[in-house]
Design a protein. Structure first.
Lengths: 281, 315
């Protein structure tokens, strides 16, 4: 077997792992609960927009789908990240990962297979959202603009970032519970930094020539928030939506590229961690 | 087929495997023995690339896994120490998944014939996790065979089986050996290895303390030969005449039976015959008591490693 057929075999193995996980998730309840929740939120938000139009005598409401879509993307990404966090830790915990590695499976094919299963599920969910929104737009005469497609395209990369982080955290732990706690801790930390900064910035600081600890705390949290902005996939989604809204194609493409690199970095880290940590319980 | 060079594995300063250099020839059945904690499973995991050696090298089919990972893995069938199954898969689905992984042609046919071989065909649509331990062991075994590998690496293949299951797996292994496959069996069930292995390697405290054919191992360990004779009757002075002979370590008479422990450095049976004949004794039956693998194993691992290696084993 030469090098090219080695890659060929790796791809074969990757796709098998992807298929197994994808089918397993499709037959699970989680994906349908998230889809229902996201679509329900969207319908409620759109009804709200309809009432707003009605009450204010407007004919047009721009960007009515942006918020529902944001919620759908956020919920789906969070679900897939949690699912990714559980997937590798569970397989290691159950020992099925070890059985796979007895055979022609290596860390790269395994991580890629897991990643592709999750991202293909997201693509399927995104198609359902688009179909749902398109149907709603047809029924209500809401504008279904092309920009929504750009948001959806970016959302695939945002979901991909979430999944890659989930997989990375999963490779760090041998227990599902530990992996999920680790993920939730990271999410809560990011939230705490963002909310903390907003609260502190709302407090006016009076400079009287002395060192002010509040000012220091504000500076620290602002700095941390800048780091979070680089690390949190949601901030890429926000920036991307803003770029689409303003019609800044270059900004959109930069965010798109950074998101892609983000995914590749975390997938690479996952492969290295799996190699180092091993596949045993 | 399998070659390791000074393989070592340390876990936080604890040396689980020390300088293991073993070799397994093509088409042979190699028994890998050792008490619990001897380092057998760690060695197997290093062979498979699942554990990274601290130092040393592993070659399978003359190549390292780094050189040709997928091809080498494709030529090996592995049965691990414990069996792990996906919660949602039936036995048939499980085998189908691995058949796909190994790109097995005519996989349905292959799966059915293997299930039939271990009497699991009627349970093929039962979830594998609901199987008994013995059934899971057999399912793991046929998973290892699904792609008709050239080399089988089996870690405790009969540990969870009842006597009938042991017999089934033994026949299966003998069949694989007949087909020219190389089989590497790690086991603590010595009688099992004795019945199937051509050569054995014995691990003790992380070291490979012996590697040879069973007969040679027994020969090396044999300091004394035990001779059991049945006479028409034991002449009154025979024991007194035999005991002073320098190659006789012990002579015990019991009725018409005589038990002798002789020096193993040469065949002293002619001298024994002559002594009995001189005293007027008539030999009815005579047999040499063979050392079982179990005895050899205990001797090696507990007492006389120095007999094989010429060195004392560190504590």
């Amino acid at each position: 077997m030469n090098l090219s057929s080695g890659w060929n075999y790796r791809w074969h193995v990757t796709m098998l792992i992807q298929k197994r996980d994808f089918i397993s998730m499709i037959f699970g309840r989680g994906v349908y609960i998230v889809l229902s929740l996201a679509l329900l939120t969207a319908v409620l938000a759109l009804r709200n927009s309809l009432s707003f139009i009605d009450e204010n005598g407007l004919f047009v409401a721009s960007g009515a789908f942006t918020f529902p879509l944001f919620v759908a993307i956020f919920l789906s990404s969070l679900f897939l990240a949690l699912s990714s966090v559980a997937t590798i830790a569970r397989e290691r915990d159950q020992g099925t990962m070890e059985a796979l590695f007895y055979g022609p499976v290596d860390s790269l094919s395994y991580v890629l297979g897991k990643y592709l299963a999750q991202i293909s599920l997201y693509v399927l969910m995104a198609i359902v959202y688009m179909a749902g929104f398109f149907l709603y737009a047809t029924l209500t005469n809401f504008t279904f603009s092309l920009s929504l497609l750009w948001v959806i395209l970016l959302s695939i990369l945002v979901a991909s970032d979430f999944i890659a982080v989930g997989i990375f955290l999963s490779t760090l732990s041998s227990k599902v519970r530990t992996a999920i706690l680790l993920f939730l801790s990271v999410v809560l930390l990011f939230l705490a930094i963002e909310v903390g900064q907003e609260i502190l910035l709302a407090i006016p600081v009076q400079s009287n020539g002395y060192y002010n600890p509040l000012l220091f705390a504000q500076n620290v949290l602002t700095f941390l928030n800048q780091i979070v902005a680089w690390l949190s996939p949601i901030s890429y989604l926000n920036q991307g939506i803003e770029a689409i809204r303003r019609g800044h194609v270059t900004s959109y493409l930069i965010i798109f590229t950074i998101s892609l690199i983000y995914t590749l970095i975390f997938l690479g880290l996952s492969v290295v961690t799996l190699e180092r940590k091993g596949v045993r319980k | 087929m399998i070659q390791t060079e000074r393989l070592c594995k340390n876990y936080n300063g604890f040396a689980a495997v020390k300088d293991v250099t073993l070799h397994v020839e093509p088409n042979e059945v190699y028994g890998f023995l050792g008490p619990n904690g001897a380092g057998k499973t760690t060695t197997i995991l290093m062979l498979l690339g699942i554990e990274k050696p601290t130092s040393g090298q592993v070659f399978l089919f003359g190549q390292s896994l780094r050189e040709n990972y997928f091809e080498i893995k494709h030529r090996i069938g592995v049965l691990g120490e414990h069996q792990y199954f996906y919660d949602d898969m039936t036995a048939r689905e499980y085998l189908g998944f691995f058949a796909d992984l190994y790109r097995v042609e005519n996989k349905e046919e292959r799966i059915e014939s293997l299930l039939e071989l271990v009497d699991l065909r009627q349970f093929g649509n039962v979830r594998a996790r609901d199987y008994s331990r013995g059934m899971q062991q057999k399912l793991g075994m046929i998973r290892a065979l699904i792609h008709n590998p050239e080399l089988l690496i089996l870690d405790e293949p009969v540990s969870a089986l009842d006597p009938y299951g042991i017999l089934e797996i033994r026949h299966l292994l003998q069949e694989q050996a007949k087909q020219g496959k190389t089989v590497f069996i790690s086991s603590h069930i010595l009688s099992e290895v004795e019945q199937t292995a051509d050569r054995v390697g014995i691990m003790n405290r992380g070291r490979l303390v012996a590697e040879d054919s069973l007969d040679n191992l027994k020969l090396k360990l044999r300091q004394q030969v035990e001779l059991e004779l049945e006479l028409q009757e034991i002449p009154p002075q025979l024991i007194e005449h035999l005991s002073p002979l320098e190659f006789v370590h012990e002579a015990i008479g019991n009725g018409n039976k005589l038990s002798l422990k002789l020096d193993a450095t040469a065949d002293f049976r002619p001298q024994i015959f002559a002594a009995i004949s001189d005293d007027g004794g008539v030999i009815v039956d005579m047999r040499t008591k063979e050392m079982s693998l179990e005895e050899a194993f205990v001797t090696i691992t507990e007492q006389n490693v120095s007999l094989l290696t010429g060195t004392e084993v560190e504590a």
